[in-house]
Ligand binder design. Structure first.
Ligand code: NAD
Length: 305
């Protein structure tokens, strides 16, 4: 399969490391130093202390990766629309486009450029981080869950088969179930990401006094909004689920928003708690604490020098 990965950051490179074993993979990014390092020395991937070297193609010119069978979008959710606009040459008539990004609204951004029937959405618990140009850490994870944005399952089935061939455990679900999974991850991200970034703490510390009350308030608002959109979620289930998750994390764990703030990068807050605020407003559901953390995160972003 001819696969172009749009966004060769942590997740794009980690995924390329698997897919390059059996497919024609090209990484597309605007970070020239990183792309040059991959082309010169290969892509170094660290997993549990061991390093491997793989050789996907890598480019800053999307013309080198045009007309792919599959485009995987791995830019941050706030960059999805612009990245697709600038790289529209990647898309042929039948190109499938997969998003495993976090945040709400990636499907709507992709739909501006791709027919609904060619869009595959999904979620994963796999994680990764960038260690330097041409060098990423695969932090592990188990599943990739995908499904079509429309009704036709064939593109998602084909994509899952291509992923499984290279050792990526991938399951296919219908669009209703995949939508639930994306919201499910969104709700957990809304509970943890911003708080840990604002307080500059590792993620499991959110279980401490005052902090657990804070994440519960954010969960309460996010679940309320989800329910207004017909999602069959229960607040108590999410409190339990997040508590179990936080207890399972090591003290090295940091949320992606903590990492963004730490590297002075714009965060995905508008696609997380910000999306809850906007969607709540449309249904008359208030989310004042979510709105408060959105303002605080933007205020932190404004402090970057
Ligand atoms: P990242 O910041 O490491 O990588 C994003 C890459 O996109 C960067 O290399 C950037 O240069 C590139 N980019 C930005 N604009 C571009 C453009 N116009 N054209 C081409 N490339 C462009 O991000 P990440 O951590 O890999 O996350 C990607 C998505 O996956 C996010 O939505 C994130 O929330 C989600 N996600 C991340 C993890 C994780 O562990 N890192 C886990 C699950 C999901």
């Amino acid at each position: 399969m001819k696969i172009s990965i749009l966004g060769a950051g942590a997740m794009g490179c980690m995924t390329a490391g698997f897919l390059v074993k059996c497919h024609d993979v090209t990484l597309v990014d605007i970070w020239k130093e990183h792309i040059d390092a991959i082309n010169k020395n290969g892509l170094r991937i660290r997993f549990q202390g061991e390093e491997t070297l793989v050789y996907p193609k890598a480019t800053i010119d999307p013309n080198d990766a045009k007309d792919a069978d599959l485009v995987i979008v791995f830019v941050k959710s706030i960059q999805t629309a612009l990245a697709l606009e600038k790289n529209s040459v990647l898309l042929g008539a039948g190109t499938l486009v997969l998003s495993l990004q976090n945040g709400y609204g990636n499907d709507q951004d992709i739909m501006k450029f791709v027919p609904r029937n060619n869009i595959i959405m999904g979620t994963t618990d796999r994680a990764a981080s960038v260690l330097g140009p041409g060098f990423v850490n695969n932090s592990g994870g188990r599943y990739i869950h995908i499904g079509p944005l429309g009704e036709d399952m064939s593109g998602a089935e084909k994509t899952a088969a291509a992923f499984r061939e290279c050792g990526l455990d991938t399951d296919v679900y219908d669009n209703r179930r995949v939508t639930e999974m994306i919201w499910d991850k969104l709700i957990i991200n809304c509970a943890n990401n911003a708080l840990a970034a604002l307080l500059d703490i590792n993620t499991p510390r959110l279980l401490e006094e005052h902090l657990s009350d804070s994440f519960k308030i954010l969960l309460h608002e996010a679940v309320n909004v989800a329910r207004a959109y017909g999602l069959p979620f229960e607040e108590s289930v999410y409190v339990e689920k997040n508590t179990v998750l936080l207890k399972s994390l090591s003290k090295e764990a940091r949320t992606s928003m903590w990492q963004d703030v730490n590297k002075k990068r714009r965060t995905e807050i508008d696609r997380m708690n910000g999306a809850i605020v906007r969607m709540g407003r449309e249904k008359g559901i208030p989310a004042p604490c979510s709105e408060f953390v959105v303002h605080l995160i933007h205020a932190m972003e404004n402090k970057y020098v």
